[in-house]
Design a protein around this ligand. Structure first.
Ligand code: RTP
Ligand code: MG
Length: 140
């Protein structure tokens, strides 16, 4: 399988509860490598731009408000099949459905406040990485 890069966000519910290290440990234990990382506080407009694909969904307003409610940690993860591997480590969107041992099973508070984001395909991964990082900030 090819080496890929994917965009990860540790969401406000997790940064607020000091779970950044525990979540990064899960990524690293799975074999993913952190090749870029920064802590930022999104504005509601920036969150809205990032999640524009969900603009028509009923939870969009709530999602943008939540993502701007506290700092997030945005990271680029690299590894063999990184996009699928990251989503496996995250677990299902709704923590009630997430497999035991996954980040969302262990840490997520609800389907909305679910601790992490991960890109879902190579095209979205490339777009999402470029949204947050310049090429100079990616250090393999
Ligand atoms: P993400 O994009 O954050 O990695 O999560 P995902 O692919 O598992 O889920 P997606 O369907 O893309 O939804 C994006 C985020 O919107 C929030 N959400 N809230 N209240 C709700 O019913 C609901 N559904 C989704 C979650 O924060 C989800 O991760
Ligand atoms: Mg998604």
């Amino acid at each position: 399988m090819a080496v890929e890069r994917t965009l990860s966000i540790i969401k406000p519910d997790a940064t607020e509860r000091n779970l950044t290290g525990a979540i990064v440990a899960k990524f690293e234990e799975s074999g993913l490598r952190v090749v870029a990382s920064k802590r930022i506080h999104l504005t509601p407009a920036q969150a809205g731009q990032f999640y524009a694909v969900h603009a028509e969904r009923p939870f969009y307003g709530e999602l943008c408000e939540f993502m701007a409610s506290a700092p997030v940690v945005v990271q680029v993860l690299e590894g063999e099949g990184a996009i699928a591997k990251n989503r496996e480590v995250m677990g299902a969107t709704n923590p009630a459905d997430a497999a035991p041992g996954t980040i969302r099973a262990e840490f997520a508070k609800s389907v909305g406040e679910n601790s992490v984001h991960g890109s879902d395909a190579p095209e979205t991964a490339a777009e999402e990485i470029a949204f947050f990082f310049s090429g100079l900030e990616l250090v393999g």
